[in-house]
Design a protein around this ligand. Structure first.
Ligand code: FES
Length: 107
């Protein structure tokens, strides 16, 4: 049983960041990005109500389904793509080990 996972993040300058995150603290990816001082706002605090934590999933992980609220919020984003997710809706779990994401443009 692991208690820490690795996540790769490509920032808006194309730079790669290798992050480690605990899976036993109920954190989500948006919170991990903020802890590591990557430029995501997370304005709504993880309620799927702002899209300021929008990322693109680059790796081919099978992720938890999007909720209705997440889909609705992403559809309002001009830069939504098929691989868009709200990072606050992705809880750190073993399932996310090795995940690679790219930060979406600023809202
Ligand atoms: S922090 Fe607002 S939608 Fe993710």
């Amino acid at each position: 049983m692991i208690n820490e996972i690795n996540i790769k993040v490509i920032d808006r300058n194309g730079e790669l960041h290798n992050l480690k995150g605990p899976i036993d603290m109920n954190l989500n990816v948006m919170e991990l990005l903020k802890i590591n001082e990557l430029p995501v706002e997370g304005t709504c605090g993880g309620m799927a109500m702002c899209a300021s934590c929008h990322v693109y999933v680059v790796s081919d992980h099978i992720l938890p389904e999007k909720t209705f609220d997440e889909i609705a919020m992403l559809e309002e984003s001009w830069d939504m793509q098929d691989n868009s997710r709200l990072s606050c809706q992705l809880k750190l779990s073993e399932q996310l080990e090795g995940l690679t994401i790219q930060l979406a443009p600023e809202q």
